[in-house]
Design a protein around this ligand. Sequence first.
Ligand code: ADP
Length: 272
Amino acid sequence: ARDRRWEMRVSPTASGARVVELIDHSEGAATERMRVDFVANASHELRTPLASILGFAETLEEAGDDPELRSRFLGIMMAEARRMQRLVEDLLSLSRIEADKYRLPDRPIDVAQLMDEICAELRRTGTARVGDITCQALTGLPPVLGDRAQLSQMLHNLIGNAMKYGRAGTPVDVRLEPGATGGVRLTVTDQGEGIAPEHLPRLTERFYRVDTGRSRSLGGTGLGLAIVKHVVERHRGQLDITSRVGIGTSFAVTLPATTAPPTGTGPGALSS
Ligand code: ADP
């Protein structure tokens, strides 16, 4: 094909033979590689908790009736099953949002009200590790044409991350104000460890984590920010991340106002 850009790579093997690789650098090939990587990553993420559940189930079968062991192992198995459940739910959300990608969201949403609901819910159900969640909206903000469930998930993921990665006892600040060109601008700011600049460009990739062990121990799936990115894109908005190591991180989402988009906003308007 005309867009193929082949590269030939020759490398020696330990036995003295040579391996010749033909690498396809075309755009189609890059998309295909991303898809293959995604399936491989998702399978790997599911395989780990599954192996652990099977392992503990087998040990339980052999270990008999020791009540203490039984309850400890069952606890671990349930935690691992919940991890699989979170992962499958995030995978499903991501594929639903992607399937909707060319259909513009069309319901007028009061983002301030949605933000208040989610802040209240997370104050109730979230870990008490961080301090206050302060939630402030300027009055008189315009509604946004949106998809309520998807915007709600976006808010959950951003505020949830600030709660996970914020330093113990420090506040999480959630703010809604008018956007520079109409619409609204949401910012979620934490006083956490921050993110080094070299990680920022890849942060919204599926399964990209700065510290995998830490993300897992906090119950993360590695898909939260990929979901945020896709929701923002579907709403024709913009996501900006600013962070300073040791000081904290701020995620800003700008959503356009309710004005109907120009017709012809087609596939080309989306980056991925
Ligand atoms: P996870 O489930 O691992 O939290 P996300 O996609 O939500 O996955 O985030 C990807 C990675 O970005 C996280 O693993 C973490 O390293 C980093 N990250 C996200 N939000 C923050 C934050 N508020 N402060 C510091 N690091 C963050």
